[in-house]
Design a protein around this ligand. Structure first.
Ligand SMILES: NC(=O)c1ccc[n+]([C@@H]2O[C@H](COP(=O)([O-])OP(=O)(O)OC[C@H]3O[C@@H](n4cnc5c(N)ncnc54)[C@H](OP(=O)(O)O)[C@@H]3O)[C@@H](O)[C@H]2O)c1
Length: 307
């Protein structure tokens, strides 16, 4: 049976080129599950990533279905798949080079998913994988954050930054958030102890920090290198830092799925330690308009594929 999905075919068109169409029902390959998608997360920069347009052998893979975060219910198992069962609620991160989650069904490797507890809404579940795992891996794996250290979190009121701010605070770090002036209160509400308005205040006034978590890059990224104390780390999720700290590390990475970390993240959401940052929720029918906003986004847009 065909499934409804958002596709993109024109690289130059960006999100304006998204179309709601019918596509063949995805089939579960070895170690895959097929998931009936209830909610889908989309990152605004996805249509600039090469993996949206070409596969691992650099072959054109359009029309491709964007969206790499999901929460839903397993509807079929592929050959050899273990660890998940039909009817199970799941959430997670799908492969960058395969058709994604802005669709009624998606095929995904079981290892990329984790169980979604029954009391966590699908919309919340779909908002967590990329932001939550990026924050977790950047802080604790790449940044090796320790209690008592100071962290400068750029874009602290954004999708990734809000989770970085909260996880760093919970881990006992002193968090300084940054962003636009309108985001000051939101960043403080997520637990930042100070806020730098990047439009009107001098970043350099922050002084030295142990860790910078950069989701902005460009000039902000370059100027951040000078703030990293000896032995500290500049972690970037927007490409390799152009300037490295004089006496510290510079790391850039792309988030990977991790079942245990997804479990840690959702556990914190359930017990109230972590608040997700959802801005707008729209149906699949309204997804193209919702993903082409005319006003500034605050938080993540989640597409509710099933009511
Ligand atoms: N490598 C990875 O694994 C990975 C994973 C997740 C995300 N990312 C990347 O990380 C970036 C952020 O993602 P996100 O989902 O968190 O986006 P987001 O929700 O838009 O958050 C970014 C925040 O930073 C603010 N900001 C951006 N440029 C700024 C500037 N020059 N001055 C002040 N504030 C500024 C944004 O404000 P405005 O909206 O007003 O610009 C927004 O509040 C994206 O480029 C995304 O592709 C990478």
């Amino acid at each position: 049976m065909p499934v409804k999905a958002i596709v993109v075919t024109d690289r130059a068109a960006g999100t304006a080129g998204m179309m709601l169409v019918e596509r063949p029902e995805p089939r579960a390959a070895i170690n895959d599950v097929v998931v009936a998608v209830h909610a889908s997360g989309f990152v605004p920069t996805e249509l600039t990533w090469p993996s949206t347009w070409t596969d691992r052998l650099d072959r054109d893979r359009t029309p491709s279905i964007p969206g790499h975060e999901l929460a839903g219910v397993v509807s079929a198992l592929g050959y050899g798949t273990t660890g998940l069962s039909v009817g199970q609620r799941v959430f997670g991160l799908t492969d960058w080079t395969r058709d994604g989650t802005l669709a009624q069904f998606v095929a995904v490797e079981a290892r990329n998913l984790a169980p979604l507890p029954g009391d966590v809404d699908f919309t919340v579940g779909a908002s967590l994988p990329i932001s939550g795992l990026t924050a977790w891996q950047g802080l604790f794996e790449h940044g090796r954050l320790q209690a008592g250290q100071s962290v400068l979190v750029h874009g602290a009121a954004g999708a990734v930054g809000a989770l970085v701010t909260q996880l760093a605070g919970e881990a006992g770090a002193y968090v300084i958030g940054s962003g636009r002036v309108a985001d000051r209160q939101a960043a403080l509400d997520f637990g930042a102890r100070e806020f730098v308005d990047l439009e009107n205040e001098a970043l350099e006034d922050v002084g030295g920090v142990d860790l910078v978590f950069d989701v902005i890059g460009g000039d902000i990224g370059k100027r951040s290198a000078g703030l990293v104390r000896a032995g500290g780390t500049l972690v970037s999720v927007v490409g390799p830092p152009e300037v490295r700290p004089a006496d510290g590390l510079a790391v850039d990475f792309v988030v990977e799925s991790d079942r245990a970390q997804l479990g840690e993240i959702v556990r914190r959401v359930r017990d109230g330690r972590l608040r997700t940052n959802i801005g707008n929720v729209a149906t699949l029918e309204d997804a193209v308009a919702a993903l082409n906003p005319t006003e500034r986004r605050k938080g993540k847009t989640v597409i509710r594929v099933r009511p």
